[in-house]
Design a protein around this ligand. Sequence first.
Ligand code: GLY
Ligand code: MN
Ligand code: MN
Length: 440
Amino acid sequence: MIHIPKAEYTRRRKALMAQMEPNSIAILPAAAVAIRNRDVEHVYRQDSDFQYLSGFPEPEAVIVLMPGRQHGEYVLFCRERNAERELWDGLRAGTEGAIRDFGADDAFPITDIDDILPGLIEGRDRVYSAMGSNAEFDRHVMEWINVIRSKAHLGAQPPNEFVALDHLLHDMRLYKSAAEVRVMREAARISCVAHVRAMQASRAGLHEFSLEAELDYEFRKGGAKMPAYGSIVAAGRNSCILHYQQNDAVLKDGDLVLIDAGCEIDCYASDITRTWPVNGKFSPEQKAIYEIVLASQEAAFKQIAPNKHWNQAHEATVQVITAGLVKLGLLQGDVDELIASEAYRAFYMHRAGHWLGMDVHDVGEYKVGGEWRVLEVGMALTVEPGIYISPDNQNVAKKWRGIGVRIEDDVVVTKQGCEILTGGVPKTVAEIEALMAAAR
Ligand code: GLY
Ligand code: MN
Ligand code: MN
């Protein structure tokens, strides 16, 4: 299995610590286990920030980073080994495993954190944490601080500054390393195979969930623990619902089906959308809309390169989509004026993409100092223009209504431009029709 190597987690911790102010401490909790119902848990997914710095896959753990500490800069609090619990729930690293397998300089049982952590914080001037994103953990941090404050009359020195960790950490996460790109390529590769399989299986009379099952089969077979987000399998008019999740309608002859789905490998997401005719052959109207969306995506790729800013790709899609809609008579007027008045938003109401990484809508600022961010090598993003003609749109001829098309690929910015990670699924009308014809 392709995964992030251990040395990379060490490098990330060092890089973060190098950016922290002198005499500070960073504290990050693992994701909590989410209860599904009674004693049934949701599949566990580590918190992305926690995973980024540790690769430690267990709940009930806390990372502590103390740059410059002589007895070790990286302390991990985690669950102890427990033969009884491990018999029921699976193996744990324990404190020894945390040091041996996960690079911690020191490790303590999580049950001892209230006794030990205040002593580690004491004397440090600043505390970095993800303030505001986990109310329960924020409360714990304050409790630990108050333990130190209560001993101030004995000379204990509580920290005076609390700093949001997100800014430093999320900027690091925005730039993908070679190892991260390798993992993202693998997630993308598996998701491509899954989309091809769903295309080949497409038949009128099946349900949307039948195609979802084809995706899940390839995701799991490829080693993905889970999809990176709830798969969208939207046939007919459902393709006009941007985040459709029901996935239980029947696939009808003559309709399109839009699938937006991607798997997650070692906590890295892929995010692909393809739209194809259920019966394998585009109608003239479906094809006309599809060709505009595809052309707009091609135009966007050309705007993704170092020194281009974040919004240029979006602007390119707006230009091509608006001009295309005018040509088809779906919008009337001057293209520039229709862009200025955002008339296209009746058909294209979302942005052309988002950062992609450990979170499908990944962290990282889109603007810096009020200006669109300039793209740099290693940034990963999606390119996903779409046209959605509402089934209830009375302003257009009936033949157009209910057509929804989105095409989405994942790219990484390179020195020359960008690398498309998800090129393994057919995309042109001819390619899709050929693949589907061969599967019949
Ligand atoms: N799957 C959600 C998105 O494409 O942003
Ligand atoms: Mn998507
Ligand atoms: Mn997306």
